[in-house]
Design a protein around this ligand. Sequence first.
Ligand code: FES
Ligand SMILES: [Fe+2]
Length: 397
Amino acid sequence: MDGRQTSARPAGDGSAYHLKAPTYNARLTEVGRGTPMGELLRRYWHPIGLVKDAAATPRPVKVLGEELILFRDGAGRPGLVYPRCCHRGTTLYYGKIEDRGIRCCYHGWLFDVEGRCLEQPCEPDGGRQRDRVRQPWYPVQERYGLVFAYMGPPERRPVLPRYDCLEVLEDGEFVEADDSSIGTGGVVIAACNWLQHFENVVDPYHVPILHGSFSGAQFVEQMAAMPKVKFEYGPRGVKSTQLRGLLEGGTFRRITEAVLPTLRIVPNPQVGRYGMVESIGWTLPIDDTHYRIYAAGRVREAGALGKMKSRYNGKTWDELTPEEHQRFPGDVEAQTGQGPITFHSEEHLVSSDQGVSMLRILFQKQLEVIAAGGDPVGVAFDEKDAYVKFDAGQYLE
Ligand code: FES
Ligand SMILES: [Fe+2]
């Protein structure tokens, strides 16, 4: 299916007895190496940790279905390597960090941040053949307080983009990163497919229902009104403009964007500030059925990003009782409620799902582009083309 409206009518009297075995669209959802979406996502840089996560203690991370080890050598260089040592396979989780790299606990092979084997201490002369092996690795770069990794084909590696909304700072502002998954609605690791969350970014109609009524005017009051929405394709994704009339007169204009591969460009309604979007959230697929969000944003106070967590009935998600979770469902409940990977075969997309359809169509096109040997939307191979400006923000008119 391609995201267009489903036209099949229910059979007979709509009895559940007629339900067919459900299926999901694997091309759009599965993220492993060699899968269509997995290969598309691997053409971009993804945040895989905070700068402080790359440290002297090897840290296991899971990204796009791959288990990896993140570390920082004694010279301050971050490294991301395949966990199984290329000698005889023990895990570098038990490795020791040294000035020049990570040393395997078993026979002491030493690898630098690009996987080069520098020493084989049990071999004559420290390993005359050590250049013949290389520990599998991925390139990483640090920016905005995050560690970004590129896990795709080396010859297609793009430039790590810079974002205007994190580069142009007002007086007293600085950029901080957050790993508490702002935007999931409560949990740090959400137990469902990443696309369920990313589609939520282009679903502004759920705001007045889920957040304005079910979870009890969860955000600022004006968000509870049903908006007039316009969806458009931008240069890198899908943009939606939402207009809401205000009781005191004037119009509240809110622009949100879903930018490929996984960027949530959503002004935080709790910030109560007008103007350009203040943060970016990256929807990181951990594997096919889990995701988390890394964010970076402009703040005036350390820790301010993490405080933008959703509230339900005045409580944070963690403070709710099971009964309250049922009575005040938020984004986590709605999205994990769709199942580990939602059944696309059972959906009935309607006109208010236009943003979701447009996003799926955009992804499908990119899958075709890379299958034909091209480069997907938004990747740049030159620094001067890698500066990105968004339209997202909130405005009073
Ligand atoms: S298994 Fe790593 S050095 Fe032998
Ligand atoms: Fe939401």
